[in-house]
Ligand binder design. Structure first.
Ligand SMILES: Cc1cc2nc3c(=O)[nH]c(=O)nc-3n(C[C@H](O)[C@H](O)[C@H](O)COP(=O)(O)OP(=O)(O)OC[C@H]3O[C@@H](n4cnc5c(N)ncnc54)[C@H](O)[C@@H]3O)c2cc1C
Length: 320
């Protein structure tokens, strides 16, 4: 069986939660321990965190890796990953930038945005993807005879809380060859703080395109008032694009990452860009389409029209 590697992303010295999900995905592919790869500059603490999840960690440390420039990271990965390996990424804009080229460099197959692994049969890795916005699941046989690069949709594998691995970290920085590249990193621009900080809320009432009309946003605000302290209103990107709510309330890969106790997804389909911003909590999905993809990840699902459902819920909570 091919050796499995997991490329782990991190920011501000903290490993992204997807590391735990990649550990679960790796176990679904091979019973042999997977090797995590941490690339960056001054990443000893991140590599140590990775070693609490994975038995084997490769660290590559170089000033050119300070910012995750896909072109540079790809060169670093090619330097340390043997051909014939299965390499896992968390599916993201970064992975779409880095992983396809890596598969070409390694002469391996590539599959993006998988939501499930059904197992390995011979040289075939059987994975599940979603098509047509999640309406259809496709079962894909990936030829891994020459290795494969696989991007796993965040939020679709349970985090591997593990047994608290006491892994070893191997420093392969000396093996990095030339990391020069055409693409230059300029700066990180942090968004201005808005009037609300949805990342601190314990309960998020999150509204999506299903709210239908700007006027109906008031229904979510009224529910927030009824719940009281700890509750806040957040949203999916189309609501920000329509300028119905400010960008600081957007949850997702290009918005905020949130970890509330309860996440009420109201009229949200469950795109991976949206779900990628939810890092925990009990998800209650309210959607009028019983086949909406969000129901696959929700802890509780309610098939209802939110415009009718939200006022009833507000009234019930207010009467408690
Ligand atoms: C590079 C990139 C980055 C992105 N980043 C983000 C991001 O950070 N966050 C984000 O959210 N999106 C992001 N997106 C957009 C993302 O791809 C989806 O388009 C978006 O998440 C869909 O939002 P939605 O679920 O509200 O809308 P839709 O996908 O249109 O879903 C609306 C849902 O509401 C349901 N519905 C309709 N009417 C009602 C009703 N009356 N009652 C109940 N249910 C109803 C429908 O059945 C449907 O499931 C990004 C896209 C790209 C390309």
């Amino acid at each position: 069986m091919a050796q499995v590697f997991a490329y782990l992303t991190h920011s501000n010295g903290v490993l992204d939660d997807a590391a735990l999900e990649l550990a679960t995905a790796a176990k679904a592919i091979s019973s042999s321990p997977a090797t995590a790869i941490v690339a960056g500059h001054g990443v000893d603490a991140v590599a140590a965190s990775a070693a609490s999840i994975f038995e084997k960690v490769i660290k590559v440390d170089h000033a050119a890796l300070s910012y995750p420039n896909a072109e540079v990271v790809r060169k670093a990965l090619v330097a340390v990953i043997p051909q014939g390996s299965v390499v896992l990424f968390a599916h993201s804009t970064f992975s779409m930038d880095c992983a396809p080229g890596l598969s070409i460099k390694l002469g391996a197959s590539f599959v993006a945005d998988i939501v499930g692994i059904e197992g390995v049969e011979g040289s075939s890795l059987k994975v599940v993807r979603q098509e047509l916005g999640g309406e259809v699941s496709t079962h894909v046989d990936v030829d891994i005879s020459a290795g494969s690069v696989v991007a796993v949709r965040p939020g679709t594998f349970a985090p591997d809380e593990g047994k608290g691995a006491q892994g070893s970290v191997t420093d392969r920085s000396a093996d990095l060859g030339d990391l020069s590249c055409e693409r230059k990193f300029i700066e990180v621009q942090t968004p201005e703080a808005g009037d609300v900080d949805i990342t601190k809320a314990e309960i998020l009432i999150s509204i999506g395109r299903g709210i239908e009309d700007e006027e109906n946003i008031q229904l979510a605000m009224e529910l927030k008032e009824a719940i009281g302290k700890g509750a806040e209103v957040s949203c999916s990107r189309p609501i920000v694009d329509a300028k119905w709510l400010e960008a600081t309330r957007q949850v997702g890969t290009s918005g905020c990452t949130v970890k509330p106790k309860v996440y009420l997804a109201c009229g949200i389909s469950g795109s991976f860009q949206h779900m990628g911003g939810i890092k925990g909590g009990y998800i209650v999905a309210i959607n009028k389409n019983p086949n909406a993809p969000i129901f696959q990840v929700a802890d509780v699902g309610v098939v209802a029209n939110i415009v009718e459902f939200l006022p009833v819920l507000t009234e019930k909570i207010a009467s408690l």
